[in-house]
Ligand binder design. Structure first.
Ligand code: NAD
Length: 490
């Protein structure tokens, strides 16, 4: 099977191909046409040509097109979810959730077609009118990671399209098969040629060329902090708007009064769901001393029962990690943790699941010190570090000290503690009595410090990235009226 790039409404072969494999069994999944730097020019030209007519398509009609994409995604949900699991490994229930997020986003942003709100405000002169409206930015470049190969791109694609932009999307080379299948849905829905272009390639060259192309005015990136910073540097030199969603080191705070059963269930899901490869995965458990022993006991017991395997098996709890490099990186962090004095409660090794695939045993570390490597660095795998604290204040202090700032949750039944935490936790997402994962698409999504650069995805906030404000003044007085001057006596 071969998946191809999509440029100007046509599926395009490459001079070369690369391969994508199933991380659960290392079997070849598909050959992929490899885009080259020259394809970036072709895709940008196509997007530029398509821009005027897409921009002038009334936004409610653009919205109807997105509804159609949503309808088709619903019809194809199972087929896409199965391919997604085979391409990146997450368990099938989560793959369905990944596709569902795109369906939700299609309908949410489809609705924006009848809103895309600007505003009017009183003006200071008589016989004059003022309003602020949103313009599309033009040709936009979207660069995405592999861990949510449908959901994360959908947070960018749908707001960009509803706002009237045309797109070049460069997905991760780890998940090209599901990316091409996702684009096919837009084609089937009747999106005009050139509005949405897909370029797939390993390495950084094609992404870099997209970032640097002078006609691409807005960039939206999700991925590692290292890559995000490189893109931000290039974008700054070229005076481009860039939205960055990057790494995380998310924490669950557990107070002495928390519901123990709930803490154990929620922590397991937040730490080991998607094999710990979520930007919002819980990788720190900051627990108050009085309850720490019972929490550890419950977690160890539950962690040992997790079933690893191929995500297509509905009885499997934890799938593989994305590739061999990730497996080695995770194990390297685990070894550093042990060297730095943290104690393994469970896991800490690769797991043998039929001799194939990239499996790592869900791992719990106890006695992790604030500031140590395990506590500070994003591991992006099934590793949870337990840190004990005396008080809520200390827990918040440890949480906020992280160089990342995406998601934090607190478990407590005390409303005063909950509100104090909501006020003082400094991350883009805060959960009370729920783990660190599970964002819904109608609210802004993103993080502070090393996680982001001040933009947000999802919700109406996403429109800020993909539109430019235009303020319009209409003077119908028939004479010169000088604002700030002619209406003042002094
Ligand atoms: P990555 O940074 O390696 O790659 C992301 C994308 O950037 C890929 O498509 C890649 O091909 C491309 N790329 C690489 N170098 C480039 C360059 N120099 N110029 C342009 N493009 C380039 O990240 P990844 O391993 O795919 O994803 C994992 C990371 O993503 C984790 O750090 C995770 O926390 C983060 N993530 C963050 C969020 C969030 O919303 N904050 C969501 C999901 C994942």
């Amino acid at each position: 099977m071969e998946f191809q790039n999509y440029i100007n409404g046509k599926w395009v072969k490459g001079r070369k191909t690369f391969q994508t494999i199933n991380p659960a069994n290392e079997a070849l999944l598909a050959d992929i046409a490899q885009a080259e730097i020259s394809d970036v020019d072709l895709a940008v030209d196509a997007a530029k040509k398509a821009f005027p007519s897409w921009r002038f398509t009334p936004a409610p009609l653009r919205g109807e097109m997105l509804y159609k994409v949503g309808d088709l995604l619903k019809q194809k949900k199972e087929e896409l979810a199965q391919l997604l699991t085979r391409d990146m490994g997450k368990v099938i229930a989560e793959a369905r959730g990944d596709v569902q997020e795109a369906i939700d986003m299609a309908y949410f942003m489809g609705g924006e077609g009848r809103r895309l709100l600007g505003y009017t405000a009183p003006v200071e002169m008589p016989n004059k009118f003022g309003m602020a409206v949103r313009d599309p930015a033009g040709v936009v470049g979207l660069i995405t990671p592999w861990n949510f190969p449908v959901a994360v791109p959908s947070w960018k694609i749908f707001p960009a399209l509803i706002a009237g932009n045309t797109i070049i999307w460069k997905p991760s080379p780890e998940t090209p098969a599901i990316s091409a299948a996702f684009v096919k849905v837009f084609e089937d829905a009747g999106l005009p040629p050139g509005v949405f272009n897909l370029l797939m390639a390993p390495g950084a060259d094609v992404g870099r060329a997209l970032v640097e192309h002078p006609e691409v005015r807005v960039l939206s990136f999700t991925g590692s902090t290292t890559t995000g910073r490189a893109i931000a540097g290039a974008a700054a030199r070229l005076n481009k708007k860039v939205s960055l969603e990057m790494g995380g080191k998310n924490a669950i705070i557990v107070m002495d009064d928390a519901n123990l059963e709930l803490v154990a269930d929620a922590t397991l899901w937040a730490a080991f769901g998607t094999t710990g490869q979520r930007c919002t995965a819980a990788s720190r458990l900051i627990v108050q001393k009085g309850i720490a022993g019972r929490v550890k006991e419950a977690l160890v017991e539950r962690t040992k029962k997790l079933k690893l395997g191929d995500g297509l098996d509905p009885n499997v709890d934890v799938g593989p990690v994305i590739n061999k490099v990730a497996l080695e990186r995770i194990h390297n962090y685990v070894q550093i943790g042990q060297k730095e004095g943290a104690r393994v409660l469970v896991g800490a090794s690769t797991a043998d699941v039929g001799g194939k695939g990239f499996f790592y045993a869900p791992t719990l570390f106890d006695g992790v010190k604030p500031g140590s490597t395990l506590e500070a660095e994003e591991i992006f795998g099934p590793v949870l570090s337990i840190i004990e604290v005396e008080s809520l204040e200390e827990a918040i202090e440890v949480n906020n000290r992280s160089k990342y700032g995406l998601s934090t949750s607190i478990f407590t039944q005390d409303i005063n503690r909950a509100f104090t935490a909501m006020r003082d936790i400094f991350t883009g997402l805060v959960y009370v009595n729920h783990g660190t994962t599970g964002a819904e698409i109608q609210f802004p999504f993103g993080g502070v410090r090393g996680t982001g650069n001040g933009h947000r995805e999802a919700g109406q906030a996403a429109l800020e990235v993909f539109t430019e404000w235009k303020s319009i003044y209409v003077d119908y007085s028939g004479k010169l009226q000088r604002a700030q001057i002619d209406n003042r006596k002094e």
